[in-house]
Design a protein around this ligand. Sequence first.
Ligand SMILES: [Zn+2]
Length: 130
Amino acid sequence: MVRLVRFDASLLDSLLEASRRNHPDEFFAVLGGEVRGEEVIVDSLLIVPFEASDTGAVFDLMSVHLRGAVGTFHSHPYGEPVPSEDDLLLFRRLGAVHAIAAYPYDRRSVRFYDKSGRNITGLVALADDR
Ligand SMILES: [Zn+2]
């Protein structure tokens, strides 16, 4: 059970910027970091993010198993930052913390979910190391 997420603030801003650049296409990235008991630290990108032109590309990642993934980030160019059925399947496989950013991709348009799809936005602290 996730109780606290420390999410690197500049990493989040970079992901939001990438979402803006990819709009109206979806943007997806796998997040790296560390799990310490009930605390998750998100501070890196585990793989080079790529562009996904439709939700099918995200679904293709179902076959990917990434050692050390602590979560995912992806954008929803249309609609609410709420996980789809495919998103929920992906969440179960790729770590503990999953961010969805809706248009216009600012910090307030991001929601965070755990691997079961529970909204944990209130448990996320942006860690600014500057
Ligand atoms: Zn989605």
